[in-house]
Design a protein around this ligand. Structure first.
Ligand SMILES: Nc1ncnc2c1ncn2[C@@H]1O[C@H](COP(=O)(O)OP(=O)(O)OP(=O)(O)O)[C@@H](O)[C@H]1O
Length: 296
C-alpha cells in the first residue's frame, strides 16, 4: 500500500453547483444554448438502486448515484466490498439483479442501459465508453502490434484510411509516452507500465465520454504507479472525461477523483467530495480505512 494518500489533487474542478447555466456562447442560437444548458443540468449517468446477488451472496446492494460530465468518481473499499461487481453492473458487463442505470447519449437522449439491445450496448462500448482493466492483457490483444491495438479501435468506429489510422496511433502512443519506434512491437514485449499505457491509448483514441477503470495502477511498482497516475490525471483533465475508478488505494482516489463512494459489504456507506471524505471521514469504517493508510 502506498503512503501518499495526502497528496493534493491539483486538477480538482468545482463539483458543487454543477448544472448551473453558464450563459450563451457568442454565435450560439437560443435553442443551442438551451440544449447545452439542459445537457449541463442532466447527469451523464444515473444508477438507481442497483443490486447484484450471486445466489445468496451480496455482490452489491441498493447503490444509487449520479455521475456528471467531466466528473471522476472513485469507488473505494476493501477486498470483497463489491467495487468490481458495481463497476461491472454499471458498465453493462454484468446484469444487475435489480435496479436501473440510465445514460445520456452524445445526441442528448437518455437510455436505460438494460433496455438497450446487446448490439446497442456493444456500440456504446465502442464509441462513447472505454474500459481500462487492471490486467492490461484483458484489454489488449497481446499478439497484435501496439499500433494495431490502437488502430483497431478506430477501425471499429468506422475509420478506414490507413494513413490516418497510423498517424492517430502514432500520436496516441506519443501521448502515453511510448516511443514511436515501438509501434510495430507486440505488447507482450512491453513492460507492465507500458502495457497499461497502451491500454489507455487504445481506450482513448476514439474520444470516449466516459471511462471505467478497475484498479488501473494495481500490480505495478510504486514508481511506475506514480508516473501512470500523473499521465492518467493529465489525460482525464485535458479531455474532460467522466470516469468511474475502482480502487482499494486511497492515494489513487485522492489523486484522480473529485468525489468518492466508500463501500463495505456491498453497500455504499459514505459518499462525498474526495478531499472531504479523506480529510474528515464521517463513518467509523471510513475513519479506520483512512487511518490505516496514513499509518502504513
Ligand atoms: N462470480 C461470483 N460468484 C459468486 N460470488 C461472487 C462473484 N463475484 C464476486 N462475488 C462475491 O461478491 C462480493 C463482492 O465481490 P467484488 O469482487 O465485487 O468485490 P471487490 O470490492 O471488487 O473486491 P476486490 O477488491 O478483491 O476485487 C464478494 O463477497 C465476492 O466473493
Amino acid at each position: 500500500m502506498t503512503t501518499h494518500a495526502s497528496t493534493a489533487a491539483p486538477h480538482r474542478q468545482p463539483v458543487e453547483g454543477r448544472g448551473k447555466a453558464a450563459g450563451r456562447v457568442p454565435g450560439q442560437t437560443h435553442d443551442e444554448a438551451s440544449a447545452a444548458i439542459a445537457a449541463d443540468e442532466t447527469p451523464l449517468l444515473t444508477a438507481h438502486a442497483v443490486s447484484k446477488f450471486y445466489g445468496p451472496r451480496i455482490g452489491c446492494r441498493d447503490v444509487s448515484f449520479e455521475l456528471w460530465p467531466g466528473e471522476v468518481l472513485a469507488v473505494v473499499g476493501e477486498s470483497g466490498s463489491g467495487k468490481t461487481t458495481l463497476l461491472n453492473c454499471i458498465s453493462t458487463r454484468l446484469m444487475p439483479t435489480t435496479g436501473s442505470v440510465t445514460y445520456r447519449l452524445a445526441d442528448g437522449g437518455s437510455r436505460e442501459l438494460y433496455r438497450m439491445s446487446e448490439a446497442e450496448r456493444r456500440m456504446l462500448m465502442r464509441t462513447e465508453w472505454g474500459f481500462v482493466h487492471q490486467n492490461p492483457a484483458d484489454g489488449l490483444r497481446m499478439t497484435v502490434s501496439a499500433g494495431g491495438n490502437v488502430g483497431e479501435r478506430l477501425m471499429a468506429t468506422g475509420a478506414r484510411h490507413y494513413g490516418n489510422i497510423r498517424a492517430a496511433a502514432t500520436d496516441w502512443l506519443e501521448r502515453v509516452e511510448i516511443a514511436e519506434d515501438r509501434i510495430d512491437d507486440q505488447p507482450r514485449a512491453f513492460s507492465g507500465g507500458m502495457r497499461q499505457r497502451l491500454q489507455i491509448a487504445r481506450n482513448l483514441v476514439t474520444g470516449p465520454r466516459l471511462i471505467f477503470m478497475d484498479e488501473p495502477t494495481g500490480g505495478l511498482d510504486v514508481s511506475v504507479q506514480a508516473r501512470l497516475l500523473d499521465l492518467l490525471r493529465g489525460l482525464v483533465t485535458d479531455l474532460g472525461l467522466a470516469a468511474i475508478v475502482v480502487t482499494h488505494d486511497l492515494a489513487v482516489a485522492r489523486l484522480l477523483s473529485h468525489r468518492m463512494m466508500v463501500m463495505k459489504d456491498g453497500h455504499v456507506i459514505e459518499t462525498g467530495l474526495t478531499d472531504r471524505v479523506l480529510d474528515d471521514p464521517r463513518e467509523a469504517y471510513t475513519q479506520l480505512l483512512v487511518s490505516s493508510i496514513l499509518q502504513a
